[in-house]
Design a protein around this ligand. Structure first.
Ligand code: DP6
Length: 348
């Protein structure tokens, strides 16, 4: 019997992947860049047992048995097995795979990225495979290829039809920008209404803005982002991050029918961050949103305490919710009339 346990963290994109040129191989229409979070926070953990006594291969996710005939699961297993030494005695044994996320699954918090990165990494360990396995993780979920590496990671879209050059590379290790922090604001931890997979398929079919973005915006923005990360230029990094998040959500609106991932609270967070940065006279925080209403804030360690205090003040925990924010939505009239006043008092 062989047993392996692996842990993989989520990654948060600052240049978004949105749109495939090949649905089966999961080949993207643009490069993307993300940071992989550190291991102690939002992670997937996968244990695999490989034994001659198992009568079939089974896969549990968060305690629930999953179908193993899914195309993505089968593609990952097949591609891993292609790399295995054919004489390995346990290649034909069945597997028992048990995976868990320590954060809400499918709520737009990159759970599939951590999940597939972890699964593929654990399989590679079981079968003693070395090398860049990111292109195999990519076949589970595109963004998963970036979670194979720590630190700052670029997923190069590649241009071959077999996807051999569509893989993740590390731009800078986790030690490169030690002051950088990510705050995840969980606006809603329910499963999202439109999955990334179907949302981006409809965007590719219908959004002209997406074509413009992939052809004319992302290539240059990717270069600028890499330079900003390498130079630890927070101001440029923050601006590019927010612009890219906003453009991705503009593409979602340009999709027909549109996909609404942000809600009123997400938009209030965006206004708050811009207000705060303006009030401070410098860029202190950057937001980015994936395919859901939850915000990820990139900021430097020195600013974390004040930003958390501000967030708690403006969005008090549910039990303390004042008249100011009731429920999940923020009436925009309130934003205009009261929000500005309260913030200007608070953000001195
Ligand atoms: C908005 O990787 O979940 O988070 O490849 O279909 O599994 P599939 O999609 P997925 O899409 C992630 C989209 C995103 C942006 C990003 O992480 O780059």
């Amino acid at each position: 019997m062989k047993i392996v346990t692996a842990v993989a963290p989520v990654n948060i994109a600052v240049i978004k992947y949105w749109g495939k040129r090949d649905e089966t191989l999961i080949l993207p229409i643009n490069d993307s860049i993300s940071a992989t979070l550190s291991l102690e926070h939002m992670c997937a953990k996968t244990s695999i047992v490989c034994s001659p006594d198992l009568t079939e291969t089974k896969f549990w996710l968060n305690g629930e048995l999953q179908p193993t005939d899914s195309k993505r699961f089968q593609n990952c297993l097949r591609e891993i097995k292609k790399l295995v030494n054919p004489n390995l005695e346990y290649l034909s044994w069945n597997l028992s795979i048990c995976s868990e996320n320590n954060f809400p699954t499918a709520a737009g918090l990159a759970s599939s990225a951590a999940g597939y990165a972890c699964l593929v990494y654990a399989l590679a360990k079981i079968y003693e495979i070395n090398g860049n396995i990111s292109s195999i993780a990519r076949m589970g979920s595109g963004s998963a290829c970036r979670s194979i590496f720590g630190g700052w990671v670029r997923w190069q879209m590649g241009n071959t039809t077999d996807g051999s050059d569509s893989l993740a590379v590390q731009i800078a290790p986790e030690t490169h920008w030690p002051e950088m922090r990510v705050l995840v604001l969980v606006v809603n931890d329910k499963t999202k209404t439109y999955s990334s997979t179907s949302g981006m398929k409809t965007s590719v079919e219908t959004s002209t803005l997406l074509k413009h973005r992939a052809a004319n915006i992302v290539p240059q923005r990717t270069k600028e982002m890499i330079t900003a990360i390498k130079n630890k230029d927070y101001k440029t990094f923050a601006k590019l991050t927010m612009q890219d998040s906003n453009q991705f959500h503009a593409v979602c609106l340009d999709t027909y029918p549109p996909c609404f991932y942000l809600n009123d609270t997400s938009r209030a967070i965006i206004e708050l961050i811009h207000f705060y940065n303006q009030n401070k006279g410098e860029t202190k925080v950057a937001y980015t949103f994936d395919a859901g209403p939850n915000a990820c804030l990139y900021l430097l360690e020195k600013d974390v305490a004040e930003v958390i205090a501000m967030i708690n003040y403006v969005f008090p925990p549910t039990s303390l919710k004042s008249d100011y924010f009731k429920g999940d939505t923020v009436p925009s009239k309130k934003l205009d009339e009261e929000f500005t006043e309260v913030l200007s008092k608070h953000c001195q």
